[in-house]
Design a protein around this ligand. Structure first.
Ligand code: MLT
Length: 408
């Protein structure tokens, strides 16, 4: 008998961004003459930084006749990239993360979905609502979600995170074993400052909880009081795993490369009460189920840390931030309450408690040919909100704002 994982049947039939893409595709098929401006999924539009292109061309040549051929690589990532990450993303910020605590992957989404493999099935997971849907969907798939009641999963601990908290997640009301935090937040664009993050690290260390810290958008941070890594906070190496991506930093959404940091000092306990290093379990998981990110992608990622690479990445990030600022300003001028668009490429806009996010999505698509992401797709607290991204070109973002003013 082919017995399936029933948990899948509890989830909505499609993943949020697949549903958004399906609706846009359908609209375009029915209205081929209309040009839809994409402001939904956080996908980049600028060409890759030239330094990464050059490095990847060279890496392709390595794989050819007479080159320095690379077959299966280390599952944890090539040493050249792990060293570059340790030096630039950590040592340069005063964090003591070592190269052998860094696990290169094919992106943050996979790691965020897979980390549950190394945790006990009875771990209670806490998430912010609204939040990146992978956190909840992966928790449900793993059997830790319980049942869906009134838009909330009974097995999940929801962190208070709404307009009353300025969309900053608050400490859990009930005990949680694992807390997933994202800063700058997807979808709301809010970012935690040093004090706020310190509160979380102290809480996790006091309660023996694990923080899974999604910092995929750290390169959009410009305020000095907002940490780019959780390891800037003392004690984080004892309670936190950090997940990062080259997708939004260097435009690698189509190349695929990210990494996860699991410090040696981070320990969990077995059912017999014995202490184990989480890093060893993650290493075992990755060596079993993953064959490493591609050599070519990793050479491209390495080039992000060259002097030209850094300059080019900064220019691209600044380009997208200009869009985000324009979106924020336009919506504010139109009288909407907005979050994000500062230290984040996402702008989160309220249309009032009674508004239906999917109806707003349909209306913007039909009347203005702009695609957004419906806030309710990120959780019950997202109802009445939409998320717009700064990842399109200047021209299309300006045009989208013109259409928005006409439509609303
Ligand atoms: C988003 O739009 O939320 C992200 O781009 C989706 C992702 O990174 O998987």
């Amino acid at each position: 008998m082919i017995k399936v994982n029933d948990q899948f049947l509890k989830l909505p039939e499609s993943y949020l961004f697949s549903e958004v893409a399906r609706k846009i595709r359908e609209y375009k098929e029915q209205n081929p003459e209309k040009e839809v401006i994409r402001m939904d999924i956080g996908d980049v539009t600028l060409p890759l930084p030239a330094a990464t292109i050059e490095a990847m061309h060279k890496a392709v040549d390595d794989q050819g006749e007479g080159g320095d051929f690379h077959g299966y690589g280390p599952e944890q990532g090539y040493q050249f990239l792990r060293d570059a990450i340790a030096a630039n993303d950590y040592a340069a910020r005063g964090c003591g993360i070592q190269a052998d605590e860094i696990f290169v992957s094919d992106g943050a989404k996979s790691d965020l979905g897979n980390l549950g493999d190394i945790l006990s099935n009875d771990c209670r997971i806490a998430v912010a609502d609204p939040g990146y849907p992978v956190y909840v969907d992966a928790t449900v798939i793993s059997g830790r979600g319980g049942e869906l009641k009134n838009g909330r999963w009974t097995g999940i601990e929801y962190l208070k995170c709404d307009r009353s908290t300025d969309f900053k997640p608050q400490l859990p009301e009930h005990e949680a074993d694992v807390i997933i935090l994202c800063s700058p937040s997807n979808p709301t664009g809010t970012a935690m400052n040093r004090e706020e993050l310190r509160q979380w690290v102290d809480y996790a260390n006091r309660h023996g909880a694990l923080i899974i810290y999604d910092s995929a958008y750290e390169s959009y941070i410009s305020s000095p009081d907002i940490p780019r890594s959780i390891y800037e906070i003392e004690g984080a190496e004892k309670c936190a795993i950090e997940v990062r991506s080259f997708s939004k930093t260097a435009g690698f959404t189509g190349i695929r490369c990210g990494y996860t940091v699991v410090p040696k000092t981070l320990k969990g306990v077995t059912s017999d009460g014995e202490e184990v290093e989480l890093r060893k379990l993650w290493n075992r998981r990755q060596t079993t189920k993953f064959n490493g990110a591609g050599y070519i992608s990793q050479r491209g990622a390495e080039a992000v840390y060259s002097e030209e690479g850094k300059r080019q990445v900064r220019a691209n990030v600044e380009y997208y931030m200009e869009n985000a600022r324009l979106i924020r300003k336009t919506l504010e001028e139109m009288g909407f309450k907005v979050w994000g668009g500062e230290n984040s490429p996402y702008v989160w806009a309220s249309f009032g408690e009674k508004a239906d996010s999917w109806e707003l999505f349909d209306r913007l698509l039909r009347e203005a040919q702009i695609s957004c992401t419906p806030g309710s797709g990120f959780g019950a607290n997202g109802a009445g909100f939409i998320r717009l991204t700064g990842f399109n070109t200047h021209e299309k973002t300006r045009e989208a704002m013109r259409r928005l003013r006409q439509c609303l």
